[in-house]
Design a protein around this ligand. Structure first.
Ligand code: AMP
Ligand code: FES
Ligand code: ZN
Length: 309
């Protein structure tokens, strides 16, 4: 087997869905090309726009930040400390080390330090799975930080495997509204910054290989709360299908974007007039936004015996 691009016999990775193998340099070129094309094809952003990349310390977001810097984009990082024990301390250390190594600017938010609670406490008080308060906090704080910092766009490290698994879950339940919003680019709307996912053409394995080959030190462990969740189950199911028919994930996700996604556009349209949260100013349908409600609720937990909703 030889490298598809330069014919070298020293291949480092085989990508069955592309029916190709690559040597080190050509594989790194392939990753940059996939990201460059994604940004261009979906008109995610252009040179000169300020980008903030949400970085968790994992292979996808650190790899994305690295790729954007190599492509000469003006990209700062954004790290959110969630207060999830050793997982959060290790991810903070890894993210800071990367920023320092690349001489890049890292914006940091600390949920316990800045907002007075951590994810395990929020989960206990609301009596819901940790990922619920975590997702809400991330959506709110990422958007607020991007707006406050005057960034044009917020980028996340969701890769092809993530997007195909989320799509799989949404299709299983025909979640019309979520399907309408599952796009690699969400345009800015009043109060919300533009959001992009430049890694949708690269899979998990490619991102791990990218980091290893470029010497990016990333945290390998997943968030302890993710173990055994549905999303990981969908990933495993799709991996089994991909094993049988390479390219299935890619066809599923990009086929959805091309042929089915427009059918759900209306379901995702924002119908309610949005007001400004009376506490933080973020857009909300009520008087106080969901994040500020969560902050209040965690600060004033219901007495024992009362069940929260
Ligand atoms: P996840 O929801 O953990 O699959 O992560 C999806 C994306 O959200 C990652 O690729 C990052 O871009 C971003 N992200 C997740 N956790 C954090 C965090 N603690 N701080 C900053 N960005 C994060
Ligand atoms: Fe949010 Fe695990 S990263 S609960
Ligand atoms: Zn608010």
């Amino acid at each position: 087997m030889r490298c598809r691009r330069c014919r070298s016999p020293e291949i480092v990775i085989e990508l069955r869905r592309h029916n190709a193998a690559f040597c080190r340099d050509c594989f790194l070129h392939h990753c940059r090309e996939q990201v460059r094309r994604t940004i261009e094809d979906f008109e995610m952003f252009h040179a000169g726009e300020r980008i903030i990349v949400a970085v968790s310390g994992g292979k996808d977001s650190l790899g994305l930040w690295d790729l954007l810097l190599d492509l000469d984009y003006d990209a700062d990082g954004l790290y959110l400390g969630l207060g999830i024990g050793d997982y959060s301390s290790a991810s903070a250390t890894t993210t800071r080390a990367f920023a320092q190594r690349r001489g890049a600017k890292l914006v940091e938010i600390d949920l316990p330090g800045d907002h007075g609670f951590d994810i395990p406490t929020a989960a206990a008080v609301t009596r819901r799975v940790p990922c619920s308060a975590c997702g809400l906090s991330k959506r709110h704080l990422f958007n607020a930080a991007a707006q406050q910092g005057g960034y044009a766009v917020l980028a996340t490290g969701h890769n092809l495997d993530d997007e195909a698994a989320v799509l799989f879950g949404n299709v299983l339940r025909w979640e019309r509204e979520y399907l309408g919003r599952q796009l690699p680019v969400l345009a800015a709307t009043p109060g919300f910054v533009r959001k992009v996912k430049p890694l949708v053409r690269l899979g998990e394995r490619e991102m791990a290989a990218y980091c290893i080959l470029t010497g990016i030190d990333y945290i390998v462990e997943e968030c302890p709360n993710a173990v055994g969740n549905k999303h990981l189950g969908y990933k495993e199911a799709l991996n089994a299908i991909e094993e049988q028919s390479p390219g299935a994930k890619n066809a599923f996700y990009f086929g959805f974007l091309a042929r089915a996604s427009p059918l759900f556009r209306d379901d995702a349209a924002i119908r309610d007039e949005l007001e400004s949260c009376s506490s933080c100013g973020s857009p909300t349908t009520g008087d106080v936004c969901a994040f500020c409600k969560l902050v209040t609720r965690v600060a004033n937990p219901a007495p024992a015996g009362e069940v929260g909703g």
